[in-house]
Design a binder for this molecule. Structure first.
Ligand SMILES: NC(=O)c1ccc[n+]([C@@H]2O[C@H](COP(=O)([O-])OP(=O)(O)OC[C@H]3O[C@@H](n4cnc5c(N)ncnc54)[C@H](OP(=O)(O)O)[C@@H]3O)[C@@H](O)[C@H]2O)c1
Length: 276
């Protein structure tokens, strides 16, 4: 990972963060700026991206490039990469972070909503990586973080049907990609946070329900991102990063006592999954 914090802007490497307008993505931008990167900010809400770009310039003298894009659109990744090429921007750090939850059992959302979800949560992640990876390999260095979730590692629950499945996909994708790149200088990890304070649960309408969860289950985006960047700066990168001791314990229990994890998840899912 770059650590040239004090370099001039035109010598700093570029990082691209999807879902930069809020939550974990915005925090990645702040901490990557602290680590000496310029930022390409991608999301749909231009005014939020502009506010973050202003903040990064004022507080960290960091240059940003805003790209307003809806990743549910099939040509979004191609357009983003064309804009990068037009501006001669090489991406050295890619954070595939944009995401959301789709409440309800499988037949509650329309097929179009599911198709958009699959596009944002999986297809766009793969396509952006596919388009940006060759440049990293050619330069012999790069970092890719795919923001998955602890939901991709623990037992399934009814409701939000494709969410855990999409995050399991990202974890497996990241593991394979990491193995393919052991000799290329490109580091890959799947970040698997548990419940994290952000706009996520406001956007999917579960804030009231989810706020009843015990405090110890909640993570701060600052810690989630700091843990990830620390893991990425190690020579031997852990491919699956699970921030927080409580979540490491939950994942451990799921792996070693799956029958107990299934019972507990079934019993508690009503506190964080909507099925109707
Ligand atoms: N918060 C949690 O408890 C939690 C736990 C585990 C994993 N995660 C994962 O962490 C990632 C970030 O979530 P968060 O918690 O930071 O949520 P958040 O605060 O709601 O931020 C989500 C970001 O994704 C962007 N986004 C959503 N749909 C998009 C689209 N169609 N095109 C482009 N950008 C889009 C949003 O920007 P615009 O609305 O401006 O487009 C926003 O910047 C997600 O992948 C989520 O699944 C979250």
């Amino acid at each position: 990972m770059n650590n040239g914090n004090s370099g001039k802007n035109d010598q700093k490497p570029w990082a691209l963060v999807t879902g930069a307008s809020a939550g974990i993505g915005a925090e990645f931008c702040r901490q990557l700026a602290n680590n000496g990167y310029r930022l390409v900010l991608v999301a749909r809400r231009t005014e939020k991206l502009q506010a973050l770009a202003d903040e990064l310039m004022q507080t960290r003298a960091t240059q940003s490039r805003i790209i307003t894009a809806d990743l549910s659109k099939k040509n979004a990744c191609e357009i983003i990469c064309q804009q990068l090429a037009d501006d001669n921007i090489d991406i050295e750090f890619l954070v595939n972070n944009a995401g959301y939850g789709l409440p309800g059992s499988f037949h509650v959302p329309s097929w179009q909503e599911h198709a958009d979800f699959i596009q944002v949560m999986m297809t766009a992640v793969c396509e952006l990586t596919w388009r940006l990876l060759p440049g990293m390999q050619k330069r012999g260095r790069g970092n890719i973080v795919n923001v998955a979730s602890v939901a991709g590692l623990v037992s399934s629950s009814a409701g939000h049907t494709l969410y855990g499945a999409s995050k399991s996909f990202l974890i497996r994708f990241s593991e394979a990609l990491a193995l393919e790149n052991t000799q290329t200088g490109v580091k890959v990890c799947a970040l698997c946070p548990g419940f994290t304070y952000s706009e996520f649960h406001d956007v999917n309408g579960t804030r009231k329900m989810i706020s009843k969860l015990p405090d110890y289950l909640w993570l701060d985006a600052k810690d989630v991102v700091a843990d990830t960047l620390k893991a990425m700066s190690a020579d031997d990168v852990k491919t699956v990063v699970i921030p927080g001791r409580q979540y490491k314990a939950i994942v451990f229990a799921n792996r070693h006592l799956p029958w107990l994890a299934n019972i507990l998840t079934k019993r508690n899912a009503k506190h964080f999954r909507v099925t109707d």
